[in-house]
Design a protein around this ligand. Sequence first.
Ligand code: GRG
Length: 240
Amino acid sequence: MSGGKRFRPFLTYLVFSLFSNEYNKIKNYSFAVEMIHTYSLIHDDLPCMDNDDFRRGQPTNHKVFSEEIALLAGDGLLTDAFYMISNDQTLNAETKIKLVCLLSEKTGSAGMVGGQALDMQADKNLNLVQLKKIHTLKTANLIQAAAMGGALAAEAGEAELHNISEFSHALGMAFQIKDDLLDVNDKEQDYKSYVTLLGLEKTYDELQTYSNEARQSLRSLPGNTDVLIELINYNLKRDA
Ligand code: GRG
């Protein structure tokens, strides 16, 4: 109810649509992905993290409901996300386990949470390799889980899953670079940004490079991938 682009669940649906049209099978997983995303934003805004007062143009969760409730709201969303998947009545047990495994790996300590820890501890001499690692873990991993979950739920083959993995990694990196570019107008640049490290022109080049990489990875996939190409283009143009 609090807005947001719903980029990740939308991606889940689009990838699923390449392999199947039984859309009831992807509903719970796509909810779970957005719930994890929402928890990460609520916790990221807390005073002990980024300490932000506003999100999506509105006061942040802890500003409205208190820090205790914001912490618990995040905990609840995170836990309930896995209930959504395990309690899905449309998928078989094996597929559900694969989805839980994928989403927890990509967002746990070896993924999004680990990336957030690296981000919190990064020092001012951060280099591009270290920044790319943070972006991969913190942002691209959840986008990968969104896309790969769509393929897994539709029981896509190994080769197709591999292509979706490459595609969504590149898309996830492009998404974070675009986020850094949008921040240029919004807030003071910090040292954990592509723009600070590379300057505007090279940052735009990197955005194009990752977007091209994402397009290339779609080439050998079945079905009509035009909608996914549109999503890559949407990221290039988005203004929020
Ligand atoms: C475990 C205490 C604790 C905290 C975890 C994991 C974490 C906090 C934060 C995740 C890191 C994070 C917020 C990464 C930023 C990713 C990003 C670009 C978010 C913005 O996503 P959009 O543009 O947002 O899709 P909307 O508002 O459209 O949903």
